[in-house]
Design a protein around this ligand. Structure first.
Ligand code: FAD
Length: 497
């Protein structure tokens, strides 16, 4: 086996790993950064649009009153006290300074109003990357900086094992051809992004796994969590799915934005679950986390129903409904559209989606129920009650606002879009202390082993909260914390020696 040696190994070069690398680079601590992919960057580089923070300079300049007490109490309450209080506190307290660090790293952000219509009046906590494309190119410049200071950034290399004997001895990595390298090191920071890329771990934790649309980082296969568990780290807790938004399929989804089928799923039309019942006020579409949670709760899948007259209306007219993803894809300062349509390609898009399976058409309510395997009596009842709500502009059951009660669904040709709960990753992993050091079942920290970003348990009780940017904000801050603590511990060890 090839042999290398360094002081700290960082596994993964997404938000948490690149942030840890930047701290070690600034402190002059030698490190090797391992990345399984051919390029640096995980979900944080390719997907995320922003980060959460409190007390940043930008927020102070705008006199944002929302601060530590609001965020700490808010998140603790929101999660019914299923939080690691010290870790949450440290993350929040360092989140403001992290905004300056991001600018230093070449990844500047600007505090701005939420991207989600449901949160337009929330306090200003979301800091959005100024330029998404530039973020990616600047991310790619960091490895050269690290290398110029004598460190190594090895792409196409996955950590697969650790040697440990009363402290870390080495991290073993493997390239795509199975060639292994032993990297002797004193500390390891696992920043490999959770486990949404492990079909086994996902199936073991989520009953609706088969229905979920996984838009997360598939290279994240739970390496850090599994290796930490092997060393005795505590991984016993509720699974926390990063459910966020919904979409019909990998080819028709909000990242591509090229199908009218997707547009219609982003509106508060009529939705029914596998029992043919409505299950939520469809205006939940404007809150990505809650929208996805509602879908996760009905088996990860539901149907959006529209009849032919509604499809024709979208084809020829502008409709006063906002596409929930409209604001996410606006650049900083751009004004979002609050209507959709006309959608001249809608019939073509629906016909194509019928061939690929995202849309099912019934010639009548009964035909649609038969094709989808829905109970006909329940479907008829749901349509009747919903149509009455549209006529009277009064949704007595789910209380959807009158302006979203626009389209009845009448017998005749009806389309069902098969909509899936989308996930951006997983958010439970290993219990850590306030230093992001792994903790064993008895509570003792496990020497030399740090976990960060999506590998960490303790911030959420059962799902992603409606605090935009918190996962990515935590990833950057936790990478920074782990690197600082690893350096501190190395200094302490050298004094003791
Ligand atoms: C499409 C999308 C949009 C998102 N938008 C937002 C948003 O706007 N705001 C927000 O807060 N969050 C958002 N998120 C979530 C956010 O990106 C993550 O929470 C964050 O990136 C987690 O950081 P991480 O470093 O833990 O993982 P990642 O950034 O995913 O990085 C993990 C890295 O580890 C590498 N890796 C995995 N296994 C190994 C191994 N064995 N050896 C070496 N390398 C390995 C992976 O290849 C990857 O590069 C989004 C996620 C997605 C997918």
């Amino acid at each position: 086996m090839k042999a290398l040696s360094t002081t700290v190994v960082i596994v993964g070069s997404g938000s948490a790993g690149i942030s840890a690398g930047f701290e070690l680079y600034q402190q002059g601590t030698p490190f090797i950064l391992l990345e399984r992919g051919e390029q640096v960057g995980g979900a944080g580089k390719f997907g995320a649009h922003g980060v959460f923070a409190i007390n940043s300079k930008q927020q102070r300049a705008k006199h944002v009153a929302y601060g530590y007490a609001d965020a700490f109490k808010g998140l603790t309450d929101y999660n019914h006290f299923f939080v690691n209080g010290e870790l949450l506190a440290r993350f929040l307290k360092e989140s403001g300074e992290n905004i300056d660090r991001l600018a230093e790293m070449g990844l500047p952000v600007t505090v701005e109003q939420s991207e989600q219509k449901a949160h337009l009046n929330d306090p200003l906590v979301y800091h959005k990357f100024n330029d998404f494309k530039k973020k990616m190119t600047n991310w790619d410049k960091l490895p050269d900086k690290f290398r110029a200071a004598g460190n190594q950034v090895l792409t196409g290399m996955a950590a697969v094992d650790v040697e440990y004997d009363d402290g870390l001895k080495a991290v073993i990595d493997e390239d795509a051809d199975g060639n292994r390298t032993r990297i002797a090191a004193k500390k390891v920071i696992f920043a490999d992004g959770g486990y949404c890329g492990s079909p086994e771990m996902m199936a073991a934790k989520y009953a609706d796994n088969a229905a979920l649309l996984n838009l997360g980082e598939r290279k994240a296969d739970g390496t850090g969590i599994r290796l930490a568990a092997k060393l005795g780290a505590n991984t016993d807790h509720n699974p926390v799915l990063f459910a966020h938004g919904c979409a019909p399929s990998l080819s028709i989804n909000p990242m591509r934005r090229d199908s009218s089928v997707e547009t219609l799923t982003n509106l508060p039309l009529l939705w029914v679950d596998q029992t043919a019942n409505r299950f939520v006020d469809e205006n939940v579409v404007y809150d990505f986390a809650m929208w996805a949670n509602a879908a996760h709760n009905v088996g990860g899948q539901y149907y959006v129903l529209v009849d032919q007259k509604t499809l024709d209306q979208f084809r020829t007219q502008e409709v006063a409904m906002e596409d929930t993803f409209e604001r996410q894809f606006c650049d900083v300062g751009e004004t979002p559209k609050t209507t959709v349509g006309p959608l001249p390609n809608i019939q073509k898009d629906f016909d194509a989606a019928m061939t690929s399976g995202e849309v099912v058409k019934g010639t009548s309510v009964a035909d649609l129920a038969a094709k989808l395997g829905l109970p006909l009596a329940a479907l008829r009842r749901s349509l009747k009650v919903y149509n009455q709500a549209v006529e009277s502009k009064d949704d007595a059951v789910f209380l959807k606002a009158a302006d979203a009660l626009q389209f009845t669904v009448d017998d005749g040709p009806i389309y069902a879009i098969v909509e899936h709960c989308a996930i951006l990753g997983t958010l439970d992993g290993v219990n850590v202390d306030r230093n992001c050091q792994a903790v064993g079942k008895t509570g003792l920290p496990i020497k030399d082993i740090y976990l960060v970003g999506n590998n960490v348990n303790g911030l959420y009780s059962d799902g992603y909260p409606s605090y935009e940017g918190i996962a990515n904000g935590f990833a950057f801050v936790s990478g920074w914390i782990a690197a600082k603590e690893a350096v501190k511990s190395l200094k302490q060890e050298s004094v003791e020696a």
